[in-house]
Design a protein around this ligand. Structure first.
Ligand code: SF4
Length: 205
């Protein structure tokens, strides 16, 4: 059974998590982002999906997975037989890291030390949301959820245990699929849907 104890910071609501992460400067990312972005969706869900960090649109709108990767994720979930309204979606890192190229803000992956710095906020969120199981979307999420480096391609479609008793399904981040050559993209999306289908059985119980 999942651990029912609270998170490391003793928060009692997602509003508190939003306020505390807005003010957080425990790593350099927070200073440059518009705002922190915490997760949204169903509480006490069968599944909580965790990505890497907010993107450009998420940073501006203040909501997770609302950009192109989010749209792809919603579609893939539906193809796997899971409605997005049934799950909670969030990110390992709560602020958007980017570099400026002209006026464009280009996504930059968080460093390991930044993922580690933000990990306690994710643990607070898990304690508040109380999911039965988790999905790690990509290497940053897998590292944060499992506390170690996890080779994603070698472990995709597999359930790995966490210390709190919850299982974590490992798969790619949907943004990785957007970078696949167009002629190979549908095949890559089908493989992603097949990974997510591993979690669909949770909804039949
Ligand atoms: S990314 Fe996380 S650790 Fe870094 S400043 Fe934002 S909330 Fe704090």
């Amino acid at each position: 059974m999942p651990d029912q104890r609270g998170g490391p910071d003793g928060l009692t609501s997602l509003d508190q998590l939003k306020a505390r992460t807005m003010a957080c400067r425990e790593c350099p990312i927070g200073e440059f982002a518009t705002q922190s972005v915490i997760g949204e969706g169903k509480l006490k869900p069968k599944l909580m999906l965790v990505g890497e960090q907010p993107g450009d649109q998420e940073d501006l709108q203040g909501h997770p997975f609302v950009g192109p990767a989010g749209k792809l994720l919603t579609r893939a979930l539906e193809d796997a037989g899971i409605q997005r309204a049934q799950v909670f979606v969030s990110n390992a890192v709560k602020h958007f890291k980017f570099e400026l190229r002209g006026k464009r803000r280009i996504h930059k992956s968080p460093a390991v030390r930044e993922i580690v710095a933000c990990q306690h906020w994710l643990e607070d969120e898990i304690a508040l949301v109380q999911p039965a199981a988790l999905v790690a979307l990509g290497a940053s999420a897998a590292r944060s959820l499992l506390g170690r480096a996890v080779p994603v391609m070698a472990n995709r479609g597999q359930w790995l245990p966490r210390a709190d008793g919850r299982e974590v399904l490992v798969t790619l981040h949907p943004s990785a699929l957007l970078r696949v050559d167009p002629e190979d993209r549908e095949t890559a999306i089908e493989a992603f849907v097949a990974d997510l289908r591993q979690a669909q059985r949770l909804f039949r119980r």
